[in-house]
Design a protein around this ligand. Structure first.
Ligand code: SF4
Length: 347
């Protein structure tokens, strides 16, 4: 019997463009050398599934404003600290007095607020369905403790409407298994019913190659398809507890994605009951329209319209040490993957 690897390696059919929606897949595929197995007919393109990468420059500007003009202590996952805003990053704001504290969990930020009652503490809530439940838990916990000095600056996003916005950009999606572990599979089945093909994939070498083999095989039928190739983690119903938690604390809203613009209904905002924990309301932040570096092509990279190496700043003006765009900063960013694993890519 042919193995998944043989199916992928021996494919000689029509050109197939497969979008790795998730930045973790992008990095794992590079790291494991899977690109070297692929025949020229299979092209892997990066998608918008890195939360740091799709966070627009204006969001960083808001965080910098909170730190410098309102004196708030900013708690955040480490990647966001170096993402450039319109004028500066949070790292760049530190010498001007910004207090920026890396945390490993939103609950760490709540604890920091509890220990520092004289400081306003803002957690940068950036992420997809995988991390939103933790942010919701933090807000509920802060409410339970009655903390008046904790709030979140939200830029949470959900994938379903982004898939619709990306329709036509690839022949099939490699769906992010950890997101589907929360959401379940109904949304992907619905997309397949509307002609959008895709496969949920896990993150080991076997799981990724199996998912690619399933895409290769089912693409030859000429019909739209969906398969869950990560059943050990992803159940059709997802995680009802996490979904209920998100539903209780947050509600859908429109959200701006770097490169994709505003996608209706693709964000999550705090419900009215938790408005006291919304940093934008608490500090009456004005609407901010951020600007990225004019030569940075992150927006196109995130839609699979170009490769990181097509950007003229790649590896010269833009490196992981001196990133010009978010895709070079994040551990899940496509540009950082191309930079880090350059020898392992096939095109
Ligand atoms: S290489 Fe740098 S400047 Fe170019 S698209 Fe990537 S992050 Fe942006």
């Amino acid at each position: 019997m042919e193995t998944a690897r043989q199916i992928v390696e021996s494919y000689r059919g029509r050109k197939l463009r497969i979008m790795e929606v998730c930045g973790t897949h992008t990095h794992e595929i590079f790291r494991l050398g899977i690109r070297k197995l692929l025949p020229p007919q299979i092209e892997l393109i990066s998608g918008p599934g890195c939360p740091v990468c799709v966070t627009p420059a204006g969001y960083i500007d808001e965080a910098v404003m909170l730190a410098l003009e309102h004196g708030a202590a900013i708690c955040t996952f480490g990647d966001l600290i170096r993402v450039p805003g319109s004028e500066t990053s949070l790292a760049g704001a530190r010498p001007k007095g910004a207090v920026v504290k890396p945390v490993y969990s939103p609950l760490d930020a709540v604890e920091f607020a509890r220990q520092n009652p004289d400081k306003q503490v803002v957690f940068l809530a950036v992420g997809f369905e995988t991390t939103v439940p933790a942010a919701c838990l933090a807000v509920k916990h802060a409410a339970k403790l009655g903390l008046a000095n904790f709030s979140i600056l939200g830029s949470n996003k959900t994938m379903p409407n982004a898939y619709k916005a990306l329709e036509g950009s690839a022949d099939a999606f490699l769906y992010p298994g950890h997101v589907n572990a929360i959401t379940g599979t109904a949304v992907c089945e619905e997309l397949a019913a509307h002609g959008v093909s895709g496969v949920v994939a896990g993150f080991t070498a076997d799981e990724i190659v199996t998912a690619l083999a399933v895409i290769v095989t089912l693409s030859q039928t000429g019909k739209p398809f969906f398969r869950n190739c990560y059943p050990r983690v992803v159940k059709p119903e997802g995680s009802p507890a996490a979904l209920k938690l998100m539903e209780t604390v947050m509600k859908p809203c429109d959200a701006e994605w770097r490169g994709l613009g505003v996608i209706p209904g693709s964000g999550l905002a705090l419900r009215e009951e938790y408005a006291a924990f919304d940093a934008r309301l608490k500090f009456a932040l004005p609407p901010i329209r951020g600007k990225s570096h004019p030569a940075c092509r992150c927006g196109e990279v995130l839609q699979g319209k170009c490769k990181s190496t097509d950007c003229k700043l790649f590896g010269t003006a833009c490196t992981p040490l001196h990133p010009v765009g978010a895709c070079m900063v994040s551990n899940e960013g496509a540009c950082s993957a191309y930079y880090q694993y350059g020898d392992n890519f096939n095109g």
